[in-house]
Design a protein around this ligand. Structure first.
Ligand code: OXT
Ligand code: ADP
Ligand code: MG
Length: 576
């Protein structure tokens, strides 16, 4: 039926017509999609122009991967699917890493790619940018759809939106063949074919028995711990989560992107006593966090010898028992689950034992005191701690700014040193530890939040998306990039003992990344001391001008793989 409607010839010259271009735009607007991140080209160039003319914000990037990372993080920040728009085969493939990243991180995103003639592609007759994109995408995302007829555009978008945001959020692929854009149909029939998605991410209420079971386990704990993950940050149930933590009196450990859900300076925050709480706790309640590699799969040395019971709050039932036994699974959306837990706790819940909270606080204070003097050094060249000491104060003074962070040492030390004060203000490499998210995240954070962005980047990490400084200048975004330039990956000191090529982990010595920003009209600064760094960042945050600060870091200051050197296999049989 849809085919018949789509192919039907207009009956009279005067018939009111629409086409694929317009229906896609209408479907987006009807569903509140306000922004597209992408790269233009055949067959979507005109679509981008028309979408812009229709009031959708169309942000053109220099590479689809960065547009994809922008869309993915827009999904995390807004709970609406972030849209990435690409051309066929190569553009599609460039966007695919970001789609897989979105799925892995449980961020709602839709990758929309134009594609070539189905008839030619399927016979493999060598079309322009020929590829069976739908088949390729299927293994990388939560759902993948292709729309062949203009009359199905409404349903296609509805399916994509629902798939991205309902249940466990994730990436969705939507394949739009070139022919679809120009398909003409009756305007009224087109309008009627559109679908406004009602309640795209329906609440999923936990079973009352699961709440009682979880509270019974928590009540009996002597040394309970709550681990907050980025799913908790995504849920936007900030007040309820704060109430749960405070009412229970349980120390909480924020995962990297959950920092700031409650301030890192909160008296119950155990971020600076991580090893202690993992080892010594007897009951652990996971809220929107998975027991994957970042939590040592819930077992082994990091978790100590004491027996532990796990409660897990998550929207995805299959997540339960994925690594170890979960004695109290609570399946539902975090807002509903936390509300039900609070309700079940009633008015006279006994807080966690004070001696446990006291022991955690003592460890935290010890670690904080140990770190404090290192943050105050004014060395030249800078080390990570000296540089981060000043950035820490700047973030404290500007808690609304969004912090984007990637690298190895630059990532791990920034995460530990810089306290966060508000939810969803720390964006980083996520579950895969992927380098290259930086500029895409910075651009989307500026667009979606309207707040200033501080991106703290390793020099290698920055290189993956550095060309987007032009994009930042073009849209005049309030983004301040600090490149921690230690001349390489982890360190800039590696030497090739076998020849004249540089060692694999080192870059051009003394490179001036600040000049890249100047090339496009932004502000570039070379900072060699913490004082210079502080002045430059404050000026950038005050002015809102696109700025890149080349922060010169001692090439010998970092360690191999940052804090995850244990995952880096090293040959015991190296050739001399
Ligand atoms: O409790 P204890 O005593 O143990 O102490 C802990 C905390 O309690 C304490 N702490 C504190 N103390 C005092 N005060 C405060 N405020 C405080 N807060 C915490 O500090 C310690 C440590 O705490 P932490 O960090 O919470 O705990 P820990 O044990 O480290 O946590 C474990 C993890 C696993 C949760 C954590 O380490 C983590 O989240 N790690 C993420 C690591 C990650 O994802 N890394 C990125 C990938 S690395 C590598 O693969 C790189 N590549 C390859 C590559 C990648 N990734 N992607 C692509 C597309 N291609 C290639 C590359 C190319 S990194 C990289 C580039 C690197 O070079 P750069 O130039 O960019 O960067 P530099 O290294 O700077 O040169
Ligand atoms: P982290 O890396 O911070 O530990 P993960 O990405 O491993 O976090 O885990 C996030 C978890 O949150 C996923 O298992 C996902 O299913 C879950 N999640 C995401 N959104 C919600 C939500 N609204 N309600 C419940 N669970 C959610
Ligand atoms: Mg480096």
């Amino acid at each position: 039926m849809a085919e018949a409607a789509a192919l039907k010839k207009p009956e009279a010259e005067s018939e009111d017509l629409t086409d694929g271009f317009n229906l896609i735009i209408d479907a987006m607007k009807l569903n509140g999609i306000e922004t597209i991140y992408g790269v233009p080209g055949i067959p979507i160039t005109d679509f981008g122009r028309m979408a812009q003319a229709a009031g959708i914000r169309v942000l053109s990037f220099r590479h689809e991967q960065n547009a994809g990372y922008a869309a993915a993080i827009a999904g995390f920040l807004t709970k609406k699917p972030g849209i990435c728009l690409t051309v066929s085969a190569p553009g599609f493939l460039n966007g695919l890493t970001a789609l897989a990243h979105a799925t892995t991180n449980c961020f709602p995103m839709i990758l929309i790619s134009g594609s070539s003639e189905r008839e030619i592609v399927d016979l493999q007759q060598g079309d322009y940018e020929e590829m069976d994109q739908l088949a390729v995408a299927k293994t990388m995302c939560k759902a993948a759809y292709r729309v062949l007829h203009a009359a199905d555009i409404g349903i296609g978008f509805a399916r994509a939106i629902r798939a991205a945001v309902s249940g466990r959020p994730g990436g969705v692929y939507l394949d739009l063949p070139a022919k679809l854009f120009g398909q003409v149909m009756n305007a009224e029939a087109g309008r009627k074919s559109l679908v406004k998605v009602i309640d795209a991410a329906p609440a999923q209420l936990p079973a009352p028995a699961s709440i009682k079971r979880a509270l019974d386990v928590l009540k009996a704990a002597r040394k309970p711990l709550i681990i907050l993950g980025k799913g908790a940050a995504y849920a936007q149930a900030d007040e309820a989560i704060k109430a749960l933590v405070e009412k229970s009196g349980v120390p909480f450990l924020p995962m990297s992107m959950a920092k700031g859900l409650l301030p890192d300076t909160h008296p119950q925050c155990a971020g600076a006593a991580r090893s202690t709480v993992l080892k010594d706790s007897d009951v652990v309640m996971l809220v929107g966090a998975r027991l994957n590699w970042l939590l040592s799969h819930g077992k082994g040395k990091a978790w100590g010898d004491a027996p532990k019971k796990f409660i897990q709050v998550d929207i995805e039932p299959k997540e339960m028992d994925s690594n170890i036994e979960i004695v109290a699974p609570v399946v539902g959306d975090i807002g509903s689950c936390v509300a039900a837990l609070l309700d079940g706790m009633g008015g006279n819940w006994t807080k966690a034992p004070a001696d446990w909270m006291g022991a955690v606080s003592a460890k935290r204070e010890e670690n904080v005191a140990k770190m404090a003097p290192r943050l105050m050094n004014n060395n030249n060249p800078m080390d990570y701690h000296g540089a981060l000491g000043v950035l820490r104060t700047i973030v404290k003074e500007r808690p609304d700014a969004v912090l984007v962070n990637e690298g190895a040492n630059t990532l791990d030390l920034t995460r530990g040193v810089i306290d966060m004060y508000k939810p969803r203000k720390r964006l980083d490499v996520g579950t895969w530890g992927v380098m290259g998210i930086g500029m895409g995240q910075a651009i989307a954070a500026a667009i979606e939040t309207g707040k200033p962005v501080l991106a703290i980047e390793g020099d290698s990490a920055f290189g993956f998306s550095g060309m987007e400084v032009e994009t930042i200048c073009r849209y005049d975004l309030p983004v301040c990039i600090v490149v921690f330039n230690n001349d390489g990956i982890y360190r800039g000191t590696d030497v090739n003992k076998a020849g004249s090529d540089p060692a694999p982990t080192v870059f051009v010595k003394g490179a001036r990344y600040d000049k890249m920003m100047e090339a496009f009209g932004g502000v570039g600064v070379n900072a060699t001391t913490p004082d210079e760094l502080k002045r430059a960042v404050n000026a950038a945050m005050d002015s809102g001008k696109p700025t890149l600060i080349n922060a010169v870091i001692d090439p010998a200051a970092g360690s191999e793989s940052g804090r995850i050197g244990n995952l880096n296999p090293q040959s015991q049989l190296k050739k001399k």
